[in-house]
Ligand binder design. Structure first.
Ligand SMILES: Cc1cc2nc3c(=O)[nH]c(=O)nc-3n(C[C@H](O)[C@H](O)[C@H](O)COP(=O)(O)O)c2cc1C
Length: 219
């Protein structure tokens, strides 16, 4: 194994190169497939792999739309969330990976990616944006915070939302847990690469003989 490292001063390289370092290093990334609705009622659907859970009390998720490098504009998803304060996170399984990718094309504002991809919009319970029917898990979310990080191309916004309603296909859910082998989630890697979650291994949590209150593993 090589011991030498290449030093990279992130302040001295263009944002596009910093982006490549991020997406090549933070892997695999989960994909939040986000449905929103425009003020005139048109649906929007786009994938975001700067996506993760935050905590469960309240049940909270985040994702990060960046300002487009091509035209310096904010993404349609963010426009809609600023207007309506709601969104749905749909989880991407192998079966819908290609359709998800189709929805990442830069369609003009007002184009409904459900129609473009052939995915089915079905009604949510608590929010206006629809569920992707073909996704095995859907999380209806209400906006909690928008955190703007910069205002240039490549800058982004952290969208933080509370999951107010959760849908899971019955064959994917047993004894309160999600069954990974049925969910078949897809992860994003660098460039146009994706991965399946199939080559798993298990590591039992270690026990440490320190008082419970001081044990950092006890989180
Ligand atoms: C798998 C995947 C993950 C993506 N992740 C992000 C992301 O985290 N942030 C982002 O701004 N764009 C991301 N994109 C690009 C957006 O999906 C793309 O810009 C899309 O056109 C945005 O749509 P909208 O303008 O309708 O919101 C991703 C694309 C793909 C295929």
């Amino acid at each position: 194994m090589s011991e030498s490292k290449i030093p990279i001063n992130t302040k001295e390289i263009p944002f596009q190169d910093r982006y490549k370092l991020l997406i090549g290093s933070i892997v695999p990334r989960p994909i939040g497939f986000v449905s929103t609705i425009s003020p005139s009622g048109i649906y929007n659907l786009a994938p975001f792999s700067f996506f993760n859970g935050v905590c469960s009390e309240p049940m909270t998720v985040l994702f990060c739309p960046v300002i487009r490098g091509s035209d310096g504009q904010e993404k349609d998803t963010l426009k809609n969330i600023k207007a309506n304060k709601e969104f749905v996170i749909n989880i991407v399984s192998e079966e819908i990976a290609e359709k998800m990718n189709q929805c990442s094309a830069e369609y003009p504002y007002g184009v409904d990616e459900f129609k473009e991809s052939g995915l089915t919009a079905s009604s949510s319970v608590k929010v206006k944006p629809p569920l992707v029917q073909e996704a095995k898990i859907n999380m209806e979310c209400r906006l909690l915070h928008l955190v703007e990080i910069g205002n240039k191309p490549g800058s982004g916004t952290v969208v933080i939302g509370e999951v107010v309603y959760f849908h899971v296909n019955d064959d994917v859910y047993k004894d309160g847990k999600i069954i990974l082998s049925k969910l078949k989630p897809v992860g994003r890697l660098g460039g146009t690469e994706y991965c399946r979650v199939t080559d798993n291994f298990s590591l039992p949590r270690p026990t440490v003989k320190v008082p419970v209150s001081e044990n950092p593993n006890n989180r």
